[in-house]
Write a protein that binds this ligand. Structure first.
Ligand SMILES: Cc1cc2nc3c(=O)[nH]c(=O)nc-3n(C[C@H](O)[C@H](O)[C@H](O)COP(=O)(O)OP(=O)(O)OC[C@H]3O[C@@H](n4cnc5c(N)ncnc54)[C@H](O)[C@@H]3O)c2cc1C
Length: 458
């Protein structure tokens, strides 16, 4: 029994079948329609995708009940109570209840009853997308969600103002130079920027900032963080801190209950929801630990704003571990053309962190080198320009076990098999393996791999 049909709950169901689980699987999801790719919601805001385009594949052999919530868990009887008043038995329960938007305690944002005033919304679901109305949009919060949403709404023709307390958007991830390029890109798009300011008071149609300047709004979109949805787990007596506490295979304090994704607080790891889903499915089908997670590097972040390539590997280029640790820092600046890179390398020439703006080919290559812990070629400049220099020879080919599409855990080996089976371009590889159909940030990598395969002897 899986509770929650977001991308991670859906993934658990899919991987259980993939790994050979033959027993019945039931998935309950509070949302009314089919599961969809949440990360692509901004593309619905700018009209480049329809809600139907976001739909995740159906789950053959899984009983999916949309619009049905789990209202309670009786761990003693191993039953889930639903909002439809039935009791569903389980042998193993997987909680994938995700997270909900967090709204800041700004005066006027809520009625006395606690409900948000009309026109205020977060962005977590297709229902939230439909709540974004009118021409005048104020986005609160300049993190990834706020930036991607502001850019999408502007592309969709709305008047948008982004309010962010930091000196530039994404200031907790970017150094000042990368931040300046991002700020310029947003300004060029026509996004109004209120930086270094916070919301002081909300009135219907009007937002007062801390300097008392009032912004008009039809929709006030709060991209001010999320909180794990843990009510069900807490009421069932499971151990919860900010999220449901789980081990590396998703076990909660009750061995018959696992938890995955945004509702959890994984034990000291960097696992993504996707990796947790794989780990739980493998564990429940006796397949052991997932490969490729040991010794993995830090997080990889890519901003999804069309027309701007921006990526951060590890803690970013300003991360410690460069010069001080016997390594080096490489910096490349071309502000007039919107390009910037700062790389931190250790003493063996391996990347420990990087920030890149406006360098798509270099970002694709460096991401692969970072994730596979491969030393960089001698000519750093050629690499940043997107071409290995003749003297350095070609970049080392990725090993078959390298994960190319992180969202769908597609390895280079799986792409090679699909290629040999006749999938000879990125579109066909996407059909065969689902690579690129998640966040879409591996599209360039798949193109490069196609070129590599085309030149190889089968
Ligand atoms: C626009 C956007 C962009 C994002 N970009 C990125 C990104 O680039 N990288 C990244 O790692 N993450 C990103 N995220 C976050 C990512 O979407 C989440 O990490 C992911 O959705 C988590 O999946 P989940 O299944 O754990 O939870 P959710 O997606 O929150 O899904 C939980 C589901 O459970 C259902 N549910 C809750 N309680 C119950 C109940 N009691 N009974 C039945 N159903 C219930 C909910 O209705 C929901 O459908 C982004 C999010 C958004 C909105």
């Amino acid at each position: 029994m899986i509770v929650g049909g977001g991308p991670v709950g859906h993934r658990v169901a899919e991987r259980l079948r993939h790994h050979g689980h033959e027993g019945p699987v039931t998935l309950l999801d509070a949302e009314p329609g089919p599961a969809y790719h949440r990360v692509l919601l901004p593309a619905v805001l700018d009209g480049s995708l329809t809600p139907a385009d976001l739909r995740l594949p159906d789950l053959p052999g899984v009983t999916v009940r949309h619009g049905v919530s789990a209202a309670g868990v009786d761990r003693h009887l191993r039953q889930v109570r639903t909002t439809e008043h039935d009791r569903l038995p389980y042998d193993t329960l997987v909680l994938a209840t995700g997270a909900r938007p967090h709204f800041p305690p700004v005066p006027g944002l809520r009625h006395a009853s606690g409900w948000l005033i009309d026109g205020v919304t977060g962005l977590r679901s297709l229902t939230d997308c439909a709540r974004v109305r009118g021409d005048e949009i104020v986005v609160l919060g300049g993190g990834p969600l706020g930036v991607e949403s502001a850019a999408a709404l502007r592309r969709g023709g709305r008047r948008v103002t982004l309010v962010h307390p930091g000196p530039y958007p994404l200031d907790d991830r970017l150094d000042a130079e990368a931040g300046a390029l991002l700020t310029r890109h947003l300004a060029d798009l026509g996004v109004g920027l209120e930086l270094g300011r916070v919301a002081a008071e909300v009135q219907p149609g009007k937002l007062a900032l801390d300097d008392e300047w009032a912004l008009p709004w039809d929709t006030l979109l709060c991209c001010t963080g999320v909180r794990p949805r843990t009510g069900l787990a807490e009421a069932a007596g499971l151990e919860v801190r900010t999220g449901v506490l789980v081990d590396a295979e998703g076990r909660t304090s009750d061995p018959a209950v696992r938890a995955v994704g945004d509702c959890t607080e994984p034990a000291g790891s960097l696992f993504t929801g996707w990796e947790q889903a794989e780990a739980v499915a493998r564990s429940l089908t006796g397949r052991g630990a997932p490969y490729g997670l040991d010794g993995r590097r830090g997080p990889v972040f890519r901003l999804r704003v069309p027309g701007l390539t921006l990526g951060v590997l590890g803690g970013g280029g300003a991360d410690a571990g460069g010069e001080g640790a016997g390594g080096e820092i490489v910096t490349y600046r071309d502000p007039a053309r919107g390009r910037y890179a700062r790389l931190a390398l250790d003493a063996t020439g391996r990347l420990t962190a990087a920030t890149l703006v406006g360098l798509p080919q270099a970002l694709a290559t460096l991401t692969q080198l970072y994730e596979t812990s491969t030393p960089l070629p001698e000519s750093r400049l050629a690499l940043l320009q997107g071409r290995p220099a003749p003297r350095t020879g070609p970049l080392p080919a990725l090993p078959p076990e390298a994960v190319v599409c992180r969202c769908n855990t597609v390895t280079k080996g799986a792409l090679a098999s699909a290629w040999d089976g006749g999938a000879r371009d990125p579109g066909a590889l996407a059909q065969a393996t689902r690579a690129t159909t998640g966040c879409g940030s591996c599209v360039d990598d798949i193109r490069r791999i196609c070129e590599e395969f085309a030149g190889r002897t089968p």
